[in-house]
Structures are given as structure tokens and as C-alpha cells.
Design a protein around this ligand. Structure first.
Ligand SMILES: [Zn+2]
Ligand SMILES: [Zn+2]
Length: 676
């Protein structure tokens, strides 16, 4: 076994490249090339090192061009191993560039060339074999999202890299494996173990790029599989330092997008927007279409949470255009699905239907039956909005077939939920009873995801509201209140501000049903403060208007107290039924904010009693230990100047202004008689 000599300086420069000391490495390479005393083989070896530098900088187009040049010249030289190396560099660049067809062509060339080398036991052969398995694994994971195929290749590459003691190769394979376990298989613990091992190894090889990439993956794992946002942001920030040192704008853009998504999940929409825009600007600078499209998707979601649906739709349409351009079916399928959801919110049922049908078609082509099952959930709800009951029933049957094929707990629950929704709109009381029974059965199931629980609870509230208007039974209202209490508990644990604001808004209207004006105003104040705190500007404006209306109608509500107007009439008067229907349309967006991971890491935090925001800076602590932020303490002082828990004055220098109703009996709602 003979290994051809490498130039004297080569291993030193290679070390510099691995460490990310690009400027010195390039200086030395140029000095070598300028001397002119080299042979072609040495020249090409240095080209390959330069490819590695371009890789670490995320400049894949340049990397591809240089590798292609190197490949052509290696043919002149007749050195197969250098030709294979150059082809592999080209293939790796093509994966990052998202060019599957060109990739398949190039990798086949490399593979064929390697197979005719009859030196299976040589070190040089094994090095290329390991690299080939790594690239194929990377391709299956990144482009095809095929976890099993990816792991088959990656496991072989890991064994080979280990036997070759190639730590850089090993770290790369482990990182892609952690992506497979985390993103493709949802096995968080395995993903984290692999990333931790990669981080340790990349520190051992002192590779700036690999340390940065490991930190990026750590951030992804902690954010999206553990729900530990604060930890994840720390990892992202450390990774950013490395990518900035390497001047890798692509990975800086990726990190910014991830940080934006994390702030979105945390509920800090202002910061989320800031990072998503930074990510978009950089993606445009490096001219990477996939990244631009993905940033549009993030921006669209942020605007959907803000309730600014027009902007949201605009960003989705822009991303869709790019996904079509680069023929990304996964991207198109996701965007069509989300577009169906937002069009449903604004009541454009036809467009919603069109979008969900496109998404189903694409997901069927990709062969992602899990996504198709989730599509059906939207489809059935859209058909219900449209009033097309007979088609909704037909689609339920299709979902049932799909459910039997997939045999997964969450899909089974989704099927039950949709079945209940169809029964719920039936005019027959017996069907509605059955719907209620199924919905109750779902929330008692411990396996159910919190997102579904939220949607189920809202639907139960709506069912009971209809029952309330038919029966006039106050007991039904108590039951509704027990469900809103459960929703508040989920909002608290998942720190979901949209859910908080929507429930307090709803509770204000429910309070009015029993003519409890005092609590109605308190709930409105609270809903408004939450919406303001989390920059849900449109919702805040809507609530403010509602509060103003209520203030003007106080005398009307006083008069109503003296009449025995029925609950059905009160429901109409408060508009609680229309609000409930709007919440149901929005519930699919609200529920995406609530995940098992978020609830798992729920910690007791010091939050303001009113706006639920974390308290930074000035705090007002009442004698009863109730805590208010400065903004809310001020709002309460202006409103009634009493603590909501103990009724003690907040500002002792000012008089308290309890609501008029407080002086009257109320609280005991049973005192009111209702007309049947
Ligand atoms: Zn507050
Ligand atoms: Zn108090």
C-alpha cells in the first residue's frame, strides 16, 4: 500500500483550514501557487482545501465551480482519487444548493469511479468509501427526508470514520444523524445525545465550523424538542460568534431564522419579527431562494399570531412563488395547508378549500400520509364552515381509512375529534349529544396533545352555549366556566398569550350573561392589557372598542337587571355566540402555540396578575402579595383603584372607585330569574 506524498506545508495548512483560520491558509496557498515550482497534483490538492474553506463559508456555488475545475484537471492528470474527491465536493455543494437531479448524476459518477478502483483494503479507498456513505446519508436526510435510508448510510460512515480515526468526518456524520433523530424521527433524547457527542468531538478537532454547527443543532434540539427556549437561545448566540468569525453568512441567516422562531414560540413577537427580518435580509444577500422562502413562512406565522391576516397571507403567497420556482413540494404543501387555515379565519371558504385540496394532492405525491391526515382535519372543518355536511361526512370516511393505515394514537384522536365536529352540526339532538360525549372522551384521554385539547374545549364551550340558549339552565353556564378554567390553566402552563387574551375576552361576555358588569369590565381590562403587552394590536383595538361600548351601555345593563330577559336574548345582546364561532375558526392557529414540550418545562415565574407578562423593573406588590407590573398597576388605579385579590386600595393617596354594581348584591347569580 503506497500513499502518495503530499506537499511539505500541506498538513499545516490543512490544520489551519479545519480551525477556520482561513486568511492565513489562503495566504500560504497563494504563496505556494505563486512560486510556480509545484506539480499539477499538488495544485489540485490545494484546490480541494480551498473547496473546504468555501464550504465553511457557505459559498456553495463557488465551491461547486472550483471542485468542477479540479475534477476536469484531475482527468488530465489521471489521478482517480483526486477525481473522486472533486466529484464528492461537487455532490455535497449540490445538496446544499438543493439540486437533487444534478446531485444524483454526479454522485453516480463518483461511485462508479470508486468501484473500479480495485483496492478495497487500502486506506485511500476506505477514506472515500466513508465519505460516500456520509454524503448519501446527508442527501437522504436533507433532501429526501427518508430517515431509514439516511441512517443506513450514516451508520456505515460512522463505523468507517471511527476505524479511520477521522474525527472531522465522524463529527459531520453524527451531526446529520442528530438531525435525522430530532427533526425526522422526533426522538429528542437520542438527538441531544448525538449532538452533545458532536460538540465534544468538534472541540477536540478545534474546528470552528463544526463547533458552530453543533451549537446550532443544540439550539434546535433544546427549542423544538425540549421547549427550553432560554437555553436554546444561548446555544444559538454562541454558534453565531463562530459563524461570524468564519464569515458564513448562510449559517448566520439560518441561525437568525431559528432565533426568530424561538421568540415567536416564547411569545415575544417584536423580537421574533426583528430576527426574521435580519434572516431574510441575509438570505437575500447570499441569494439563497430556499432560505428566503423559509423566512417568508416565519414572517407569515408571526403575522398570523399578531392577528394581521392580510400581511400573513401576503408572505405566504410570496413564499409559495419561490417554492414553486425551486419545485419544493414539501414547501408548497406546507404553505398551502397554512393558507387554508388563515383563509378560513377571514371567512374565504372557497380559497381555503382550494388551498387544502392542493396541499392534499402534494402530500399524496410526496407520500406523507401523516401530513395528509392532518390536512383532512382542516378540510373537514372548512367543509363544516361552508355548510357542506354531506361532503364532510364523505371525507370523514376517507380519514377513517387513512387512520386505519397509519395506526397512530394522535391520528386516531384527530379522527374522533373531526367525527364529533360533524355530529355537532347535525340538527338532531341525539347527534349533538353523541358529539359532546366524544369530545369529553377525548379530553379525558391522557395521550392527547394539548393543541387538540384546546380545540376540543372550545368546541365543548360552543356546544354548551347553544344548549344554554335552548334550555335557559344556569347549570350549563357553570359547566362552560369550568371549561374556560381548564383553558386558562393550559394558557398559564404553556405561557400562551393569545389563548389568555381570547379567553379573558370570552369570559367578559360570559360574565355579562349573568349581568356581572364588574367582572365583565375586569376581564376586558385584562384581555386588553395582555393583547397590548404582546403586541396583538388588532385584538387590543377590538377589545378596547368593546370596553368603550360597554361603558356607554352601562345604564342599559342596569335596566336589563330589572327585567327578566331570557338567556337566549342575552346571548344575542352580548354577541358571545358570534365571538365563539370566530374563536373556533382561529383555534387552529391558537393551538399551534401550545405544545407538550412547552408544558413540560413550565416553571413558576413572577408574572403580573393582569397582563401575564414577566415583570421587569418596577413592580407593585400589594399587601396580599398580588403582583402587578407598573403599566397594569397604573391602569387599575385609573379604573377602580383596588387590588383585584383583596380590594385594598392600590394608590392610597387616591379614593377607590369600585364599580357601582359592587354595592349591590350580585355575586349570587341564582337570584336572577330566567324566562323559559
Ligand atoms: Zn401587567
Ligand atoms: Zn391585594
Amino acid at each position: 500500500m503506497t500513499i502518495k506524498e503530499k506537499p511539505k506545508e500541506y498538513s499545516h495548512i490543512e490544520e489551519l483550514v479545519v480551525e477556520g483560520k482561513h486568511a492565513i491558509a489562503i495566504q500560504l496557498i497563494n504563496k505556494f501557487k505563486e512560486k510556480g515550482e509545484y506539480n499539477l497534483r499538488d495544485y489540485l490538492l490545494y484546490n480541494l482545501l480551498e473547496c473546504e474553506i468555501l464550504f465553511q463559508q457557505g459559498l456553495w456555488e463557488d465551491m461547486f465551480k472550483l471542485a468542477e475545475e479540479t475534477y476536469k484537471e484531475s482527468l488530465e492528470l489521471g489521478d482517480d482519487f483526486i477525481a473522486i474527491d472533486a466529484l464528492f465536493e461537487m455532490a455535497e455543494a449540490l445538496i446544499w444548493l438543493g439540486e437533487p437531479i444534478k446531485y444524483e448524476h454526479i454522485i453516480k459518477q463518483g461511485n462508479d469511479l470508486l468501484k473500479i478502483k480495485n483496492q478495497k483494503h487500502s486506506l485511500e479507498y476506505k477514506q472515500r468509501e466513508a465519505k460516500l456513505f456520509y454524503i448519501e446519508g446527508f442527501f437522504c436526510a436533507w433532501i429526501k427526508n427518508d430517515a431509514d435510508q439516511a441512517m443506513k448510510n450514516l451508520e456505515q460512515s460512522i463505523t468507517l470514520f471511527e476505524s479511520l480515526k477521522d474525527k472531522v468526518g465522524l463529527t459531520k456524520s453524527l451531526l446529520i444523524s442528530s438531525f435525522v433523530f430530532g427533526t425526522l424521527k422526533g426522538e429528542a433524547d437520542n438527538a441531544i445525545k448525538l449532538t452533545e457527542r458532536s460538540l465534544a468531538l468538534s472541540e477536540e478537532c478545534n474546528s470552528k465550523y463544526l463547533v458552530g454547527f453543533s451549537l446550532l443543532m443544540m439550539g434546535v434540539n433544546y427549542a423544538f424538542f425540549k421547549g427550553d427556549y432560554d437555553h436554546s437561545i444561548k446555544f444559538f448566540e454562541q454558534g453565531l460568534i463562530k459563524f461570524k468569525e468564519l464569515n458564513n453568512k448562510y449559517n448566520i441567516a439560518v441561525t437568525f431564522s431559528y432565533i426568530g422562531s424561538v421568540y415567536m414560540s416564547k411569545g415575544d413577537l417584536g423580537k421574533a419579527l426583528e430576527y426574521a427580518e435580519l434572516g431574510l435580509a441575509l438570505a437575500k444577500e447570499v441569494n439563497n431562494k430556499l432560505r428566503i422562502a423559509e423566512n417568508f413562512v416565519i414572517l407569515a406565522s408571526i403575522y398570523s399570531f399578531k392577528g394581521e391576516i392580510d400581511s400573513c397571507i401576503r408572505f405566504y403567497e410570496q413564499s409559495l412563488k419561490i417554492f414553486k420556482d425551486i419545485d419544493s413540494k414539501v414547501g408548497m404543501a406546507t404553505v398551502f395547508n397554512n393558507l387554508a387555515g388563515v383563509n378560513r379565519i377571514i371567512g374565504d371558504v372557497e380559497r381555503a378549500l382550494e388551498c387544502i385540496e392542493s396541499s392534499i394532492k402534494l402530500n399524496n405525491e410526496i407520500g406523507n400520509s401523516w401530513a395528509v391526515a392532518n390536512n383532512y382535519d382542516y378540510l373537514i372543518q372548512i367543509l363544516i364552515d361552508k355548510g357542506d355536511v354531506s361532503r364532510a361526512q364523505k371525507e370523514i370516511e376517507k380519514l377513517e381509512q387513512l387512520k386505519n393505515q397509519i395506526n397512530n394514537e394522535q391520528i386516531n384522536l384527530l379522527y374522533l375529534f373531526d367525527k364529533a365536529l360533524v355530529l355537532k352540526i347535525s340538527s338532531r339532538i341525539r347527534d349533538r349529544g353523541k358529539a359532546e360525549e366524544i369530545l369529553k372522551q377525548i379530553i379525558e384521554d391522557e395521550r392527547v396533545e394539548y393543541g387538540i385539547t384546546v380545540e376540543v374545549l372550545f368546541n365543548l364551550c360552543e356546544l354548551l352555549l347553544t344548549e344554554l340558549s335552548m334550555t335557559n339552565e344556569l347549570k350549563v353556564l357553570e359547566e362552560i366556566n369550568s371549561y374556560t378554567a381548564q383553558l386558562l390553566d393550559i394558557a398559564e402552563k404553556s405561557n400562551s398569550f393569545i389563548l389568555f387574551a381570547e379567553i379573558y375576552f370570552l369570559k367578559a361576555k360570559l360574565a355579562l350573561l349573568t349581568l356581572d358588569v364588574k367582572n365583565a369590565r375586569r376581564f376586558l381590562t385584562q384581555a386588553q392589557k395582555i393583547a397590548e403587552r404582546f403586541t396583538l394590536n388588532q385584538l387590543a383595538a377590538k377589545i378596547k372598542l368593546e370596553h368603550n361600548n360597554l361603558r356607554e351601555q352601562l345604564s342599559m345593563w342596569e335596566k336589563i337587571k330589572k327585567t327578566d330577559i331570557s338567556l337566549a336574548e342575552r346571548i344575542k345582546l352580548t354577541g358571545v355566540d358570534t365571538q365563539m364561532k370566530q374563536i373556533l375558526r382561529e383555534s387552529t392557529i391558537i393551538s399551534t402555540q401550545i405544545t407538550k414540550e412547552k408544558i413540560k418545562v413550565h416553571r413558576e415565574r413572577k408574572v403580573c396578575l393582569v397582563c401575564k407578562g414577566e415583570i421587569l423593573g418596577y413592580t407593585y406588590i400589594c399587601q396580599c402579595d398580588a403582583v402587578y407590573c407598573q403599566n397594569c398597576a397604573q391602569a387599575l388605579t385609573d379604573l377602580e383603584n383596588v387590588c383585584w385579590v383583596c380590594n385594598a386600595p392600590i394608590d392610597t393617596s387616591k379614593p377607590t372607585k369600585p364599580y357601582k354594581e359592587e354595592k349591590m348584591e350580585e355575586t349570587d347569580t341564582t337570584k336572577y330569574k330566567f324566562k323559559k
